[in-house]
Ligand binder design. Structure first.
Ligand SMILES: Nc1nc2c(ncn2[C@@H]2O[C@H](COP(=O)(O)OP(=O)(O)OP(=O)(O)O)[C@@H](O)[C@H]2O)c(=O)[nH]1
Ligand SMILES: [Mg+2]
Length: 371
């Protein structure tokens, strides 16, 4: 038998905890290879949550209770992970809300995905077959949907539809590896940080659809403003795509300044000015991308790999210079020479053609995933 531990973080969940524990253990009947354990991580609830769990422990030997300070959802999970690894030694660890928003009947489907080879299974409300409650108010729907979209586009990882829902099954080795990263995030943003870590370390991720139902009992513990600002801050400081845009912006300023100087002050031709400005921007972009934007995929530390990758970087940048030179030429024919010529035309070509092209080739040929 393989052990699966379902961690239930609780703060004042006396109205739902007993029903939830019974429903989870009832799922075990239809499981052949899994032994279920439940670990309730209670942050000294002011109601009877812990009292109820303690009395149920007599009936269920695989029910565990860990009591911790109230330091946020992420911290409760971190403490729960450490306890589960030390005392229960499971093969899989589940995250699950304790307010009956997550349906225990979904547990076998998570485990099927694990059996099929996934390391990290996400319960998604936004894929086909999943849902958020119809009766959520407009604001709540908007926050949830827009929040998830910002994260998906911020990380340019469109294949993952759900980042914030805390219904997940994760193999213990992944929890162990990610522990030092996620322990820095004590709040709800912990969920985003954990999935981000898993993606960057090539963990096999799978999604299954889940229907999220509203809590019928008790109060939400979420602070919306703090939650959203923490998520935005995380995306801005950890997304390669956002950093790539900033690096590109710096390169663009260097490129424009040199192009303008070459053409207007040094009286060089547009093509020569363009080659000088582009090559300088290429060097700056290579260094910034390598040591900052894609630093988690940084190349081996030696002159040989830097040298060969720099040559590849230059080669894949040649089409960009051609796109820009030809683009400026065509736009000049159509619209003539105007203020700041040729800088504005250069900018148009960069935004429409060069940025999407470069991101595509960089992530596929230079800072590609280590697999
Ligand atoms: N141990 C512990 N559990 C917490 C803490 N904050 C939230 N939780 C639990 O985490 C789970 C999710 O929190 P919720 O308040 O339901 O957040 P939500 O599901 O996003 O929002 P609602 O469904 O509207 O309540 C629930 O089981 C909470 O009891 C905490 O600081 N410590
Ligand atoms: Mg909830």
């Amino acid at each position: 038998m393989k052990k699966a531990v379902i961690i239930l973080p609780t703060y004042n969940e006396e109205g739902s905890i007993e029903k939830l524990i019974k429903e989870i253990f009832a799922q075990e009947k239809q499981m052949k290879i899994w032994e279920l354990h439940i670990l309730v991580v209670d942050s000294y609830s002011k109601d009877k949550t812990a009292v109820i769990v303690r009395s149920l422990k007599k009936q269920y030997p695989h029910l565990h209770l860990l009591e911790t300070e109230k330091e946020g959802l992420g911290k409760a999970y971190i403490n729960g992970f450490a306890y589960a690894m030390d005392h229960i030694n499971p093969f899989v660890i589940f995250e699950m809300d304790a307010d009956l928003s997550h349906n225990p009947a979904d547990l076998p489907r998570f485990l099927k995905k694990i059996e099929a080879g996934a390391d990290f299974v996400v319960g998604s409300r936004y894929m086909k077959g999943g849902s958020i409650p119809d009766d959520w108010g407009f604001h709540r729907k908007l926050f949830s949907i827009v929040g998830n979209l910002i994260i998906r586009f911020g990380f340019m990882k469109l294949s993952i539809t759900e980042w914030t829902n805390g219904y997940r099954a994760i193999k213990t080795w992944v929890v162990k590896e990610a522990f030092n990263h996620v322990k820095n995030y004590s709040d709800y943003v912990f969920q985003v940080a954990f999935l981000d870590y898993a993606i960057k370390h090539n963990v096999r991720i799978a999604e299954i659809p889940v229907k999220f139902v509203d809590r019928k009992w008790g109060k939400s513990k979420i602070n919306a403003v703090q939650y959203i600002s923490n998520i935005l801050l995380y995306v801005f400081s950890n997304s390669s795509f956002v950093k790539y845009i900033i690096v590109g912006g710096t390169g663009f300023i260097i490129d424009s300044a040199l192009l303008y100087t070459g053409y207007h002050f040094l009286r060089l031709t547009v093509a020569i000015s363009k080659i000088i400005s582009s090559e300088t921007a290429i060097v700056s972009n290579f260094l910034l991308n390598n040591f900052w934007a894609f630093s988690h995929k940084k190349l081996e530390h030696n002159a040989k790999t830097y040298g060969s990758k720099f040559i590849v970087f230059n080669l894949v940048s040649v089409p960009s210079i051609i796109f820009q030179t030809v683009g400026i030429f065509l736009l000049t024919i159509i619209f003539g020479k105007h203020l700041f010529y040729p800088v504005v035309y250069n900018a148009i070509v960069i935004i429409l053609v060069v940025i999407p092209y470069s991101y595509f080739v960089y992530t596929r040929f230079i800072w590609k995933d280590r697999r």
